[in-house]
Design a protein around this ligand. Structure first.
Ligand code: PMV
Length: 326
């Protein structure tokens, strides 16, 4: 009898500067537009995959608890793709944990599916390159495609499964930025992003947002290349406003902002008007990601923590790629 095959991998979540919202193809998670992000160092998901000839079904254990239903099905989408490529029929046990509380509202699907892709491919003996791993992670969660490469990452939408993957645009060392995450709510969001993507096309603003994305992406890439914080702040805030305008005008509308989110957004704008290098962006939730130079992160985090409605602030610097741990 052959013995089980196991591998463990770690990946960071990421924060998008130019957002992914809406798919041109929901089944393959082919996005409506290109996007740009950096990985969040210090925050991670660690996942172990064991393909076992004796196992009767795939199992998912998150923080020691067995999970079934749609979360397991998303994991099986990735496992099935790996099994098909490797010519393997064995069921798997997937064990995963985050070092950040999922209840803190920091998106965990990106790090989760990037770690799963790397661990599952390794356990099955598949030698995939970075693009192949990014494509595999994308099947579980679109933004997970961007958590596979390190540093500042671009995900080209592509037209097919084969050309929709992320790559490093600039290494982390190019510019020491930080993300100070102002946590304003610890509640699970009412509408998850998989459902949200499917609503994007119901907003009359989505087509305009998508059509303008090449311009915003070019401005953001140029700002990063030249380390121009003012230009970066301008385009990042424009991009998040556009995505939230689409969300807020979808049918049904999605309003992720809380009163405390707006408190933080106004404070950041006031600080920038006083000459501080700070900018905000929000994902599909109420927490506010405040970008700043890394050497100012402690001071920014302290000032954010003093704002009404801010429960805690986590600081993340620009992180590296998803990688095997064993
Ligand atoms: O990967 P998903 O399906 O969780 O989508 C994430 C979408 C946003 O976080 C809202 C934006 C982005 O580009 O990360």
């Amino acid at each position: 009898m052959t013995s089980p095959r196991r591998a463990t991998a770690q990946a960071h979540p990421n924060i998008a500067l130019i957002k992914y919202w809406g798919n041109r193809d929901d089944y393959w998670r082919l996005p409506a537009n290109d996007s740009l992000s950096f990985n969040l160092a210090g925050l991670w998901t660690r996942t172990t995959v064991v393909f076992d000839p004796a196992a009767e079904a795939d199992r998912l254990i998150l923080h020691g608890q067995e999970v079934r239903g749609s979360a397991l099905q998303r994991v099986q989408r990735v496992l099935d793709a790996v099994r098909a490529r490797a010519g393997l029929a064995w069921r798997a046990q997937v064990t995963s944990e985050n070092n950040f509380p999922m209840a803190a509202g920091i998106a965990s699907s990106a790090s989760a599916f990037a770690a799963l892709a790397v661990a599952a491919a390794a356990a099955a003996g598949l030698a995939l390159d970075e693009a192949g791993l990014s494509r595999l992670a994308r099947l579980g969660s679109g933004s997970a495609a961007r958590s596979v490469p390190g540093g500042y990452v671009v995900w080209r939408a592509g037209a097919h499964d084969a050309d929709s993957f992320a790559y490093t645009f600039l290494p982390a060392a190019h510019w020491a930025l930080a993300d100070c995450i102002a946590v304003v709510s610890t509640q699970a969001k009412a509408v998850g992003s998989t459902h949200g993507h499917a609503l994007a096309h119901t907003s009359p603003l989505q087509a305009a947002r998508v059509a303008d994305t090449p311009r915003r992406l070019a401005l953001a890439q140029d700002a990063l290349l030249r380390r121009d914080f003012e230009q970066l702040a301008w385009v990042v805030e424009l991009d998040t406003h556009l995505m939230h305008a689409v969300m807020q005008t979808s049918q049904p509308p999605l309003l992720y902002w809380q009163a405390a989110s707006l408190t933080v957004m106004h404070a950041v704008r006031a600080w920038r008007a006083q000459g501080r290098a700070v900018a905000y962006t929000l994902d599909a939730g109420p927490n506010v990601h405040v970008l700043c130079p890394e050497d100012e992160a402690q001071a920014v985090a302290r000032d954010l923590a003093a704002l009404p409605g801010v429960r805690e602030v986590r600081i993340a610097t620009v992180g590296g790629p998803a990688r095997r741990l064993d």
